[in-house]
Ligand binder design. Sequence first.
Ligand SMILES: [Zn+2]
Length: 268
Amino acid sequence: MTERLRLELGFRGQGLGASKKLKECYLYEMEPWLETTIGLIMMVVLGPAVGNYATSVVYRLPFGQTPFEKKPYCGHCNTMLQPRDLFPILSYLLARGKCRYCQGVIRASYIWVEVVCGALFIINYLTFGISETFIMVTTIGVFLTILSALEYHERKLFDLILTYLFGLGALLQTLQTGTIYSFFYSGFIMLFAGVVIWRASGLFNAQRLKQVPDYVWLMVLIGIIVPQPLLIATSALTLGLVVIQRVLFGKITATIPVSLAIYAALLV
Ligand SMILES: [Zn+2]
């Protein structure tokens, strides 16, 4: 036997040993269905809990407060809430949407924010598993929910949340494409398109040219978050959803159709 062949056999031997060890490791690894079930249970707990936190951002930001400043309290009677009042979704249902201390009505949008966040965590986990994409898409989803709930209640866009979303979208596109050109380019295209539409609308009504309208910033948001090939489809879907919202509910909360369309694009 030549020296070379002996060496090769030696390596193969090691290789076999290694694969045997690997097999033993596999025995300790969980069955896929069990892993998925445990993951889902985690998401069912974690999603609404994050949603609960998001509702305090929605309540406090218009007052210039952050969720860190004060322990959870009732917005009507200022009573500090007890742990049993703080279970996402359950506490709301058990108290039938009223404060346990003063019977003040709790905004129904709070339970919606918690339910939406729960759904986001579950859908994203089933789509992406635990991964970088999961973390980014879920965080973006939670911030879009906060932006929408804030616009729904306060009738305006909150720059702070919008800025976070610009940053998160830029990070996501950079991670996915490996370059910062993609979000710059598509963000700029949408900014350009938005400004053209805005200036054109000024031809009929000069009043409109005084301030950059919200839809320009929302178009930039779509450009920064959504991958380039999906830009046109996402914009079309947004327009369609705006029309549906208008027909069904009359008043328009622009961030809700925008968020739905962006999320759909991220799932594709
Ligand atoms: Zn109260």
